[in-house]
Design a protein around this ligand. Structure first.
Ligand code: ADP
Length: 397
């Protein structure tokens, strides 16, 4: 099957066309600056990237340009749209309604619209992607794959907040967790790579990218995760604060003369390692370089980030009463040996021993713990598009 994967953001859209039989990526790219001006990046397998600037007032023009590029006579990956057998959509928030991926139909779209309140920045864009694909490719089966679905197995004690219970009953205020497609994919890959039975395993996955979260996975099922009702909770991230004392919101609002939206903007966009480094960068490459040349704020930012990951791993070892293996994934998890080293340094009490040479490798599944380490530590590159492709095919078969 040829499966088109669509991941719509508010002003961007990432896509991949995957042959599900070989799991080969036939073409991939993104639309950027939707609603501003518009830029399409298209890359057919084995070819250079092509960049086209063209007006993209809405996602519709963006998706149309993607389809035109895919079927272009000279550089297209397919000769006609009829070759696309299915479409897999990444959907950020499935609320409590979706504990697994689902075929897109009217009932599913209605349910998704109900979840919009829980992810006002993300779900509307995902819905637009679904509507536009229905319009431009009528009759092609579509599947929604939710960032929250994998975490729906969390027990009540992990997902309830210490708030009046009525808020959960009335408004569904609870922990949902995100990056579920990645946590699910990486936990399965980790077990496979180490040759352990996922049905009898205790795993921790550290998805460390711009957004970052850790999850605890027992017997293949998520039992806890660090992001909450929204992706703001948990670890210190690129520009997001992660956990803070909630009373700080009121304090800062008064001191800086900000309204609630202003404070939320600070927590989402001006905090994290970006804020800690005094606005130097949210990118770990910049921070590592600055720290190496003596920038103390970059060093502080890296220290705080790593410390929070270590603490969360410790918490999940307690939550699971043990751990067999730990995986690092996503942009930072896969590419920053310094971060991995700093994170596992304080896990010696668990019998974790790092293999420093192995820790320098990147780009493929790699065991970075020493042979005599009691807990295996690995780098497992995530592949959310492939995970969405697999889910789509599995549901449609
Ligand atoms: P997201 O999908 O959340 O936008 P990614 O998983 O792509 O994020 O991660 C992006 C981040 O990964 C970058 O902001 C950067 O901090 C980090 N990163 C990427 N490459 C490297 C590298 N070579 N060394 C250190 N950090 C890196």
């Amino acid at each position: 099957m040829k499966v088109l994967i669509i991941n719509c953001g508010s002003s961007s859209l990432k896509y991949q066309l995957i042959d599900s039989d070989t799991e080969e990526v036939l073409a991939k790219g993104l639309c950027e600056r939707i609603g501003i001006d518009g830029r399409l990046v298209y890359q057919k397998a084995g070819c250079d990237k092509e960049i086209t600037e063209a007006p993209m007032p809405t996602h519709k023009e963006g998706i149309q340009m993607v389809l035109d590029a895919l079927t272009n006579e000279k550089t297209g990956a397919i000769s006609s749209l009829s070759e696309i057998d299915a479409i897999g959509h990444r959907v950020v928030h499935g609320g409590e309604k979706f504990a697994c991926s689902a075929i897109v139909d009217t009932a599913m779209i209605d349910a998704l619209e109900e979840c919009t309140e829980l992810a006002p920045l993300h779900n509307p864009a995902n819905l637009i992607g679904i509507h536009v694909c229905q319009e431009l490719m009528p009759g092609v089966p579509m599947v929604g794959v939710f960032d929250t679905a994998f975490h729906q197995t969390m027990p009540e004690k992990a997902y309830l907040y210490g708030l009046p219970y009525e808020y959960y009953e009335k408004y569904k205020v609870r922990r949902y967790g995100f990056h579920g497609t990645s946590h699910s994919f990486v936990s399965k890959e980790l077990a496979k790579f180490l040759g352990i039975d996922i049905n009898h395993s205790k795993l921790i996955v550290c998805h460390l990218g711009n957004g970052a979260s850790v999850s605890a996975v027992v017997d293949g099922k998520c039992v806890d995760t660090s992001m909450g009702m929204t992706p703001l909770e948990g670890l210190v991230m690129g520009t997001r604060s992660g956990n803070v004392d909630p009373a700080i919101l009121e304090f800062i609002a008064k001191k800086e003369n900000l309204d609630l939206a202003g404070v939320m903007n600070v927590l989402n966009k001006k905090s994290g390692v970006y804020g800690l480094s005094k606005g130097l960068s949210s990118d770990f490459r910049d921070l590592e370089e600055a720290s190496a040349s003596g920038n103390v704020y970059a060093t502080k930012a890296l220290d705080v980030f790593c410390y929070h990951v270590t603490k969360t791993i410790g918490a999940y070892v307690a939550a699971m009463n043990g751990v067999d293996a730990i995986a690092f994934t996503a942009g930072i998890g896969e590419n920053a040996p310094i971060v991995r080293e700093a994170v596992v340094k304080n896990l010696e009490y668990l019998g974790v021993k790092l293999d420093e040479e192995q820790n320098q490798l990147r780009g493929k599944n790699t065991k970075i713990s020493a042979e005599d380490s009691k807990v295996a530590v690995c780098v497992i590159p995530t592949n959310e598009e492939l995970a969405i492709c697999r889910e789509t095919v599995a549901l449609l078969k």
